[in-house]
Write a protein that binds this ligand. Sequence first.
Ligand SMILES: [Zn+2]
Length: 328
Amino acid sequence: MRSLLPATVLLASLATPGYPADKKNDPNQIGNRDVGRGINFYSLEKEMALGRQLAQEVARQARLVEDPLITEYINRIGQNLVRNSDARVPFTFTVIEAEAANAFALPGGFVFVQTGLIKMADEEAELAGALAHEIAHVAARHMTRQATKSQIASLATIPLSVILGGWTGMAARQAAGVAIPTAFLSFSRHDEAEADFLGLQYLYAAGYDPTAPVSLFEKLESLEKKKPGTLAKVFSTHPPDGVRLEKVQQEIDRYLPTRPEYVVNTSAYNEVRARLFARQARREAEEKDGRPRLRTAPGAGDAAGSPESGDKSSPDDRPTIRRREWVE
Ligand SMILES: [Zn+2]
């Protein structure tokens, strides 16, 4: 019954800047606050069913990474962040072979991580920051609340090839390609800011360095200076800008009490990145040789290491800890 809710009323409810509810500012209240409340025509069950259907389409058409060392690792750090979040739905994490440094989430807890993002993030905390941001969009139910507001949600869509930054991530070029409703991927400034803030809290609650997203943003900005146009491709669904960067830094200073140490990186993450770079080098060499590409069967492992090696942590797999001195 959309006609009962004129757009002006809906917009007015969103106009309040900042975070009026105190609980939303307090990382100790994570899980005890309904961050997804708001006008929403979708039940949580309907949202999950919708997300699952779209996620299956994406998985069918995108080129998925099936190396268990990589997929199990991403799932492990993703689920750890979910446990430290306000989300009320189960999550799945899927890795897509695509060069654009991006991650996106569908309604109901289906997160897709592009290999370009893993390559760009030097440290686990930077990747975790991007995942936490996606988890926050889901926890706050931004997609279905946006679709509820938007009269054209059912009409406007974004093709998967655009989200992935070109055709490289697509398994089947001839396929028409799944299109995702724009309302699920294009967020208002308010929702982006909220996902940044909630994501920071999840990152912090999981023990990571909360300044990691700042360093990832800065990397993207310096890339833009060197190679203009890059930002249009990377983070296409969550464009960073100077204002966001400044706000994130202020929120860290104001709301996240300094801890003596934070997790910055792990050897497991270094291993995952090394494998992705090795895969890329091998593929490029094969393309140069003109030799046919050999496909590795899922579960057969890939280059060095057995498939089982991904799940075990060696005794010396201690995280890199950064002791932080706070300077302005
Ligand atoms: Zn976002």
